[in-house]
Design a protein around this ligand. Structure first.
Ligand SMILES: Cc1cc2nc3c(=O)[nH]c(=O)nc-3n(C[C@H](O)[C@H](O)[C@H](O)COP(=O)(O)O)c2cc1C
Length: 367
């Protein structure tokens, strides 16, 4: 297996990384009351020592009272939490890595199994998480303005603390995606509309604010998915033309890299074509893209939450697409939960040492 294309350096604005492998953002809930601990810093440092090119943090929530449904998910605001993140990025840099926080607002959510709820109701475009599932309130225009400002503040803080880039979480049925999706955005004001470009107004305003706060030279990544946790086969864009109409305004607003979330990277995005989501996003925008989804594993990630294990699998199909130039970067999730040295093992061709993924890795910060 010739993995050279995965081990070329990559540079874009503030981002300067030694290879094309990215740690996918993965929620861990190991930050009591939202404050990342020294163990969290050691966990990320270990992935930098293991030669991950770019680490994307677990989703870390912005400064809105109801931006999270879990008290142990890290905050990206407040003195203590930001001091925790300062320690994280210092550790990652000392170990020769690069990192960006994934900034996040969950929108309307089911209550967490712990029974903890935020001090105010969840908020979203229409109080809906998905069609027929309401568990919060509809945001006013002033809520929207404050939320956009909070995304901007988080991005500015990421830059101030010395992170290498920032990723905006616009995927997987959370707040920004709740605006995109007709199933959860029933608004009749300027933040709603019949078409996807109309429902993208909130995302566009977030991106513009983030860009304004970080300046032109700081790399901004946007994570998107066509699927939702409640609708795996959902397509936001059904054709390449619709994809172009969705993504290009966001590219113009300031996105440098589209992080295209799929559960299985090898699934072609549109029928009859041999390009995946990241492949199409690159083709229609000309921007850099990140692919993700079951790289190096036999099973996909949502099954992992149901306790399913996954064995190592070949990277041949990934390399075929990478060598063809379909995308620029490759994000890897579960293999890096189980094994901080996954990237190093791939570089050294030590495939017999690869561990796969078992559910025990969800329960601890494996060092
Ligand atoms: C434990 C866990 C937590 C996750 N948390 C997030 C998250 O906070 N933000 C996000 O965008 N995706 C999240 N994901 C999705 C991953 O980033 C990734 O897209 C997914 O696991 C597929 O990659 P993989 O097949 O290599 O694991 C999570 C996945 C796992 C397994």
């Amino acid at each position: 297996m010739k993995t050279d294309s995965l081990f070329q350096p990559f540079a874009l604005k503030s981002l300067n990384i030694k290879n094309r492998l990215v740690m996918a953002p993965m929620t861990r809930s190991f930050s009591p009351d939202g404050v990342p601990t020294p163990e969290v810093a050691a966990y990320y440092r270990k992935r930098a020592e293991g030669e991950v090119g770019l680490i994307l943090s677990e989703g870390t929530v912005i400064n809105r009272v109801s931006s999270s449904n879990d008290k142990d998910i890290p905050h990206f605001y407040g003195e203590q939490a930001l001091a925790g993140w300062q320690n994280v990025i210092n550790n990652v840099h000392e170990a020769g890595g690069a990192m960006g926080p994934q900034i996040w607002h969950m929108g309307v959510m089911p209550n967490h199994q712990s029974g903890w709820t935020p001090a105010e109701p969840f908020e979203g475009p229409s109080g809906l998480n998905s069609p027929g599932f309401s568990n919060g309130r509809t945001m006013t225009e002033s809520d929207i303005a404050d939320t956009i400002a909070a995304f901007g503040q988080a991005a500015a803080d990421a830059k101030r603390l010395g992170f290498d880039c920032v990723e905006i979480h616009g995927a997987h049925g959370y707040l920004i995606d709740q605006f995109f999706w007709e199933g959860s955005n029933l608004r009749t004001d300027i933040y709603g509309g019949k078409t996807l470009p109309e429902r993208s107004r909130f995302a566009l305003e977030v991106i513009k604010e983030v860009r304004k706060r970080v300046g032109d030279d700081f790399a901004v990544i946007l994570r998107l998915s066509q699927w939702k946790p409640t609708a795996y086969t959902n397509k936001m864009a059904h054709t390449p033309q619709e994809l172009e109409a969705w993504l290009n305004p966001m590219a113009d607003a300031g996105v440098d890299i589209f992080h295209c979330s799929q559960r299985r990277f090898w699934e072609d995005e549109f029928e009859g074509t041999d390009l995946n989501f990241a492949g199409w996003a690159k083709k229609v925008t000309g921007k850099a893209t990140i692919t993700v989804g079951s790289v190096g594993l036999t099973g996909e990630f949502l099954a992992a939450f149901a306790g399913e294990s996954s064995d190592p699998s070949s990277l041949d199909e990934l390399l075929r697409r990478m060598d063809r130039g379909d995308f620029d970067l490759v994000a890897v999730g579960r293999p890096l939960l189980s094994d901080p040295f996954w990237v190093q093992k791939i570089r050294e061709g030590r495939t017999d040492d690869l561990k796969g993924f078992t559910k025990e890795a969800l329960a601890a910060l494996v060092m």
